[in-house]
Design a binder for this molecule. Structure first.
Ligand code: RIB
Ligand code: CA
Length: 313
């Protein structure tokens, strides 16, 4: 079976960085056509720099990196330096990237890649706010019918929110973009906090990664040591959640995850519940299902997969 063609849309972010490494360590299963960056955890100039730092760390300075939207469709940008640090990749100092940014914008790159490949062969993997994806769908409505699917990290329902009591960060930053994506008719798999909060880093796993003794393992340990402190302080000492790598792991081993095809709508009107993903888990609304809402992961197997693949880099 040929590797699955994917575009990773991302706002690195330490967890994004680990997700990118996981994808680049899995060339038999995944053909990463491009990385498109968006403003989110930190402003666009930093997410662009960080994405290229990760590509060079993985030995992929050839990877096309395309810069996208610097702010949400209708709102002011809200960032998350309180989680990821000022650089967005605090925890390990790596050299400034020398690889170039592509001349093609992220939105044009998404449209171009989806149109140039046969229908049903390209999957979008958004790991940040959905501004680039929504803009591409608005500019080129034909791509919705050509996409194999969208596997995204975002939302939360039974787990609540992480940036407000009601909303998860990626959806909260650009709820209008999320609404466009959820209404697009594309085959959507959603990795919400309900599942990513089961993928909690442990000290034993970090020690396993450190024992690899590679530049990648040193970077991952430095990043995650820094990154998890926020969630440990907030939720108690169970380790930080590896949100974004769940997206890539689902592409590699979907059997590790369980979910339900349900209706998910996005709150865009209320200030109190802005960005809430209203997940109709019990099918009471009568609204048509539009997403595979993932609620469980085999966490030990997830972390084994991640460790095995990081060891390849
Ligand atoms: O809420 C978690 C999500 O927001 C992750 O994608 C993290 O990287 C941030 O973008
Ligand atoms: Ca992210």
């Amino acid at each position: 079976m040929p590797p699955r063609k994917i575009i990773i849309d991302t706002d690195p972010g330490q967890d994004d960085a680990v997700a990118i490494l996981l994808a680049l360590a899995s060339p038999e299963e995944l053909d990463v056509l491009a990385i498109t960056v968006v403003a989110g955890n930190v402003p666009l100039i930093k997410t662009s720099r960080n994405a290229r730092v990760v590509c060079e760390l993985a030995g992929r300075p050839d990877m096309p990196v395309h810069e996208g939207c610097g702010h949400p469709l209708e709102r002011m940008l809200i960032t998350a330096e309180h989680v990821h640090g000022k650089s967005g990749l605090d925890g390990c100092d790596l050299p400034e990237p020398t690889m170039p940014v592509s001349d093609l914008s992220a939105v044009e790159a998404i449209i171009h890649q989806v149109r140039r490949h046969p229908p049903g062969t390209v999957t979008l993997c958004p790991l940040g706010p959905l501004t680039n994806i929504a803009t591409a769908l608005k500019r080129a409505p034909d791509i919705a019918g050509r996409l194999a699917g969208i596997v995204l990290m975002g939302g939360g329902f039974f787990e609540g929110g992480n940036i407000t009591p009601a909303a998860e960060f990626n959806i909260y930053v650009d709820p209008e973009a999320a609404d466009i994506v959820m209404q697009s008719g594309v085959d959507i798999t959603m990795m919400p906090l309900d599942v990513t909060h089961q993928a909690l880093i442990t000290r034993e796993w970090l020690d396993r990664i450190a024992a690899l003794g590679t530049p990648v393992s040193r970077a991952v340990c430095g990043w995650l040591d820094f990154y998890e402190r926020f969630d440990i302080e907030k939720y108690g000492g169970n380790g930080g959640p590896l949100h974004d790598p769940c997206v890539i792991a689902h592409l590699l081993k979907p059997g590790l995850f369980e979910g339900r095809f349900i209706n998910v709508e996005i709150e865009t009107a209320s200030d109190l519940t802005r960005g809430m993903t209203v997940a109709d888990w019990w099918g009471v609304s009568g609204r048509a299902p539009n997403a595979n809402f993932i609620a469980k992961v085999d966490a030990p197997a997830f972390f084994d997969l991640l460790a095995d693949r990081l060891a390849r880099l």
